[in-house]
Design a protein around this ligand. Structure first.
Ligand SMILES: [Zn+2]
Length: 392
């Protein structure tokens, strides 16, 4: 029996509890990084090894009080910033003629920082010695205790500092067994399951979003002064409330998949939904709606649980009959009826059935346990290393 191991990466954000003054470190780092960026632009170097071998000694002697690994990480950042700048320029999207680093981020490798999640403390090397800081944490951060620490970023926002740590964990991926559950995400409900059992959950997201939208609009019309802090407070609250709903739902989806013994979770590929022409009001609602965020949460939770996520084109999933592929007609509140075979069902459940069938047809997961064939109508191939994304 083949076993597949996969490394899942997840970034955890911690607010640093202490008031720090790391201004000297940040400005030195900015200086170094911008010099390196100039150099990469002039020479076209994109390799970390080459940049390091050409610039390290010179910079090491000029910035002798700075821990040497900062020059390493600056070389790493310079290469990746320059590479993404070059990509943008090729597509004609770069406005400036060279990339400039604004300097509110410092990259740390394992020589420059350590974290201890038992005491929630971190030690960071600076130009004036190592400093110890406390990390603000919640129950969410508990799961990182069993994970491996990778690199980190120290981020400055206003007068606060945040430590973003990349954790990784090796998970055993469940062998594809042909069983899957599909998830249909709508503005106000999420429906998921298999042909055997389906669950529909109202999210109440529309009510939350609309309430905060109205709140902000009232605020905007009443106050002339700069009310940015208050608006930001509401935005933060709205985000956290919706986020909590998403996490609960994603957890339920994963638990249902495990209960039904599924190896795969099928998500709609919603990439183009915002581009389609819609009414102004509906557009506004869709733009506030974080469907992509919910998908991302389901994805990383699935990956941590060793389940495979497959995106399937959402085209026609809620408008065609799963049996005879003809267009359904509406029949009462969220109900659809097939004019040919007379099937009458909830439109969200129909979407789930259609997603399951699509996945079957594309053979996106197969019964033999081998990797799915490439090029199944432009769907993405399986990856061995996934970045489960940032969490905050
Ligand atoms: Zn039909």
């Amino acid at each position: 029996m083949s076993r597949r191991l996969e490394t899942v990466k997840l970034t955890a954000g911690f607010k640093v509890a202490e008031r720090l003054d790391l201004e000297p470190l940040f400005s030195t780092y900015k200086e170094i990084l911008n010099e390196l960026l100039d150099y990469t632009c002039k020479t076209g170097i994109t390799s970390f090894k080459r940049l390091k071998s050409e610039k390290y000694n010179d910079m090491r002697s000029r910035y002798s009080s700075l821990p040497s690994h900062y020059i390493y990480t600056a070389c790493q950042m310079a290469c990746s910033i320059y590479k993404s700048f070059r990509k943008l320029r090729r597509r004609g999207l770069a406005k400036a003629d060279k990339p400039i680093f604004k300097g509110n981020v410092v990259m740390l490798d394992d020589h420059l920082f350590s974290v201890d999640l038992e005491s929630w403390r971190s030690s960071i090397a600076t130009d004036s010695g190592r400093i110890g800081v406390s990390l603000c944490h919640g129950t969410y951060h508990e799961k990182f205790k069993v994970m491996r620490v990778g690199q980190a970023w120290l981020v400055k926002r206003g007068c606060n500092y945040y430590l973003k740590v990349v954790f990784s964990r090796v998970v055993e991926v469940a062998e594809p067994n042909g069983k899957a559950i599909a998830v249909d995400i709508n503005e106000d409900n999420v429906t998921f399951g298999s042909k055997e059992k389906m669950v529909k959950r109202e999210t109440g997201e529309r009510a939350i979003r609309t309430a905060y939208f109205l709140k902000r609009r009232r605020l905007q019309s009443k106050l002339r002064l700069n009310e940015k802090p208050l608006m930001a407070k509401y935005r933060g609250r709205e985000r956290r409330r919706v986020e909590a709903v998403y996490h609960e739902l994603a957890k339920e989806v994963i638990e249902e998949a495990k209960r039904q013994g599924c190896s795969t979770i099928i998500l709609e590929n919603l990439k183009n939904i915002r581009r389609r022409k819609r009414s102004k009001e509906l557009n506004g609602r869709l733009n506030r709606w974080g469907f992509r965020r919910l998908q991302a949460i389901i994805e990383y939770k699935a990956e941590l649980a060793g389940l495979t996520v497959k995106p399937v084109s959402a085209k026609g999933t809620s408008s065609l009959c799963p049996k005879c592929r003809v267009k359904l007609s509406p029949s009462g509140h969220r109900m659809m009826r097939c004019p040919r075979c007379g099937l009458e069902e909830d439109r969200d459940k129909i979407a789930v059935i259609n997603l399951l069938q699509k996945a079957d047809r594309c053979a996106l997961f197969n019964r033999s346990g081998r990797k799915p064939p490439h090029d199944t109508k432009g769907e993405e191939p399986a990856v061995t290393e996934v970045n489960a994304g940032s969490e905050r």
